[in-house]
Design a protein around this ligand. Structure first.
Ligand SMILES: [Zn+2]
Length: 136
């Protein structure tokens, strides 16, 4: 994951948003899916450095890690991370710590199969979301 480019687009987007509304931003809550392998400390450091001289200058970044949900397009089965973890552990066993998903979480559907029908046609909710913005 590219923490600095994520922090940059976050600061730029919210700065523009705050400018249009004439407000300052006090707090930003970000929600990231757990397989995103985002380094929260690097993200926070990037955010704190990039927020200077913007409407986010006094803002605190909070990062919440959420457990993603998956859906099989073939049979409609919906499942959670707990049914994906054993498959990921098998991948780690096969490829070692630098298994493909560690580097490119978007590849997850390629490696994960539906626990019910075995299809690879899996939808994953892996986006990074801004959950809350507190302004002053
Ligand atoms: Zn299925």
């Amino acid at each position: 994951m590219h923490e600095w480019s994520l922090a940059l687009s976050l600061v730029q987007t919210l700065d523009r948003w705050a400018l249009e509304r004439g407000v300052q931003i006090r707090r930003v809550v970000l929600s990231v899916p757990s397989p995103a392998q985002l380094d929260v400390s690097i993200l926070t450091e990037a955010f704190d450095s990039l927020k200077r001289e913007s409407r986010l200058e006094g803002a605190r970044l909070e990062v919440k890690v959420r457990s993603p949900r998956y859906r099989c397009r073939a049979c409609g089965y919906e499942f959670g991370q707990e049914e994906v973890d054993p498959q990921i552990r098998r991948l780690v066993g096969q490829y070692g710590e630098e298994y493909p998903l560690h580097l490119i979480p978007e590849l997850l559907p390629t490696f994960v199969r539906c626990p019910r029908c075995g299809s690879h046609d899996i939808e994953a909710e892996l986006s990074i979301k801004v959950e809350e913005v507190e302004t002053a």
